[in-house]
Ligand binder design. Sequence first.
Ligand code: SF4
Length: 299
Amino acid sequence: VPDLDVDALVERAQPLVAALHRWGERELRDLPWRDTRDPWAILVSELMAQQTQVARVVPRWHAFLADFPDPAACAAAPVGAVVRAWAGLGYNRRAVHLHAAATVVVEEHGGTLPDDLDALLALPGVGPYTARAVLAFAHGHDVGVLDVNVARILARAVVGSPLTPAPAQHLADALVPAGAGWLHSQAMMDLGATVCTKRSPRCDVCPLVASCAWAARGHAPPDPAEGSAGTGGPQSRFEGSDRQGRGRLVAALRTGPVDTSRLTEVTGWDDDDRARRAAASLVSDGLAEYVDGVLVLPA
Ligand code: SF4
């Protein structure tokens, strides 16, 4: 990895990693998917929790697993049933991806999620973050799970400057002590979600403050997390967006078919073309289909 002496960073970060793990053992939030090592349950939790608040995910996760306890149950159901079970979570394409992933798991992996990075990455809708989350949280592999919260801690506390994606992943992996894959990434993610937050890091209660590179510089601007790998830009506006209209259409489809004459009413747009385009985009994303000129959830 150019411009980053990972070995030296890892060595220097040992006190930080030890402090992180001590904190994690005491302070990890009590989330139901932390009590399981079932790879399917963990995959579902990870896909649900992307872009959706944890409090909203918890009841949906329990309900989803009651309906679809394993990949075979999910694959055997119509896509529409999985989309219906996704109600309240938003970003409905994730439900289509999950159904497609379950189908591949049944057809190619005997119904059990693989414990191999490349095989996980080959599943529909599974990217580097989700694949590593399954490896670390279900199988206990010593891989670094790199989400927005972890990327922020790496940039601020470990390196003290912004990181591009490949070095960030390399460093995230290298920091995991042997045998500690589960605790390490759970603690990193929670610390970033609750203490080293994007806007107002709570350094006064942070277990890493004694070894944090940015704190050592007195938090001199710029914030190293700004522009770092995976830290993302501001979320686009939802109100009035295409996403909102699509969401309304899927919500209506969950309760029954939608006749094309009702597309403008359901999307809430006073624009026939735009409503029709939204419906067409749902069809091309596998979230809906036309049957006899009526829009329905896919069979
Ligand atoms: S000391 Fe502050 S900036 Fe450093 S990791 Fe902790 S909360 Fe983040």
